[in-house]
Write a protein that binds this ligand. Structure first.
Ligand code: PEP
Length: 253
């Protein structure tokens, strides 16, 4: 089964620690891991180059994601990192619209949309996070809110470009809390978003992917990851522990 598992290391680990964790992950992975499972690591910007060098030198079948990217492509934007810089580093994926960025750095749907356009132009796969807060969840119309988030993130894209995107359903209240929605709820949300994208001819059964993120652990990964509509997981906390992360990968049947 085709699944993508992304380790979001967030603001943890300096580049030496990141190399260590990456090597431990690499050595612990069973060579027999199904080739259809894509394992992606998203460290801080400062670790991308070091890990990319290892992947390239050892020809590893592991992929790199950046945790964010600038909405600007070049120019006087101190502190930003551009898609061109990520492209040069052979970064395959980029997380955009993570709720921590929306919440703490005022990231808007408009800037997420710009980032998505820029990434697609450089053939870097955007991993677009969407999800409701606990307050929004209490509102009966939270599905409309989720559809709106998705719609705004892909505004203006050519239909054939949306195929390449990974959409990550990440309920804000489930991130780092140990709480998760019911499996049926995850399935319902993804089905609704799929239906919306199909109604706009934006969905490609072969390529468009939906993953789930929010307190994924070895205890719940088997159920979540073996559900057909779920194409993988975005894993935060548990990805910093190699044993747990490997158990999550191995729970895919
Ligand atoms: C995340 O950071 O996207 C995430 C899902 O975190 P956690 O797995 O810790 O809930």
């Amino acid at each position: 089964m085709n699944k993508t598992i992304i380790a979001n290391w967030k603001l943890n680990l300096d580049h030496l620690e990141a190399i260590q964790l990456f090597q431990k992950l690499n050595y612990s992975l069973d060579n027999d891991i199904d080739k259809k499972i894509k394992i992606v690591v998203a460290p801080s910007f400062t670790s991308l180059r070091s890990i990319q060098t290892i992947i390239e030198a050892d020809k590893l079948k592991l992929y790199l994601a950046s945790q964010d990217v600038s909405e600007f492509v070049e120019g006087a934007y101190t502190g930003e990192v551009s898609v061109t810089q990520l492209e040069k580093l052979k970064i395959s994926f980029c997380i955009v619209g993570h709720s921590e960025r929306r919440q703490h750095f005022n990231e808007t749907d408009e800037s997420i949309n710009l980032k998505v356009h820029n990434l697609i132009n450089k053939k870097i796969v955007p991993v677009i996070c969407f999800g409701e807060s606990i307050e929004q969840r209490k509102n009966e119309n939270y599905l409309d809110f989720l559809i709106e988030q998705v719609e705004k993130s892909i505004k203006g894209l050519r239909k054939d470009k949306v195929d390449e995107i990974i959409f990550a359903y990440e309920p804000v209240w489930a991130i780092g809390t140990g709480e998760t929605p019911s499996l049926q709820n995850i399935v319902d949300v993804i089905s609704n978003i799929k239906e919306f994208l199909s109604s706009k001819s934006f969905f490609d059964e072969e390529n468009t992917k939906f993953i789930y993120g929010g307190s994924v652990t070895p205890d719940n990964s088997k159920e979540i990851l073996n559900t057909q509509i779920v194409n993988g997981a975005l894993v935060g906390g548990a990805s910093l522990d190699v044993d747990k992360f490997i158990k999550i990968i191995e729970s895919i049947e």
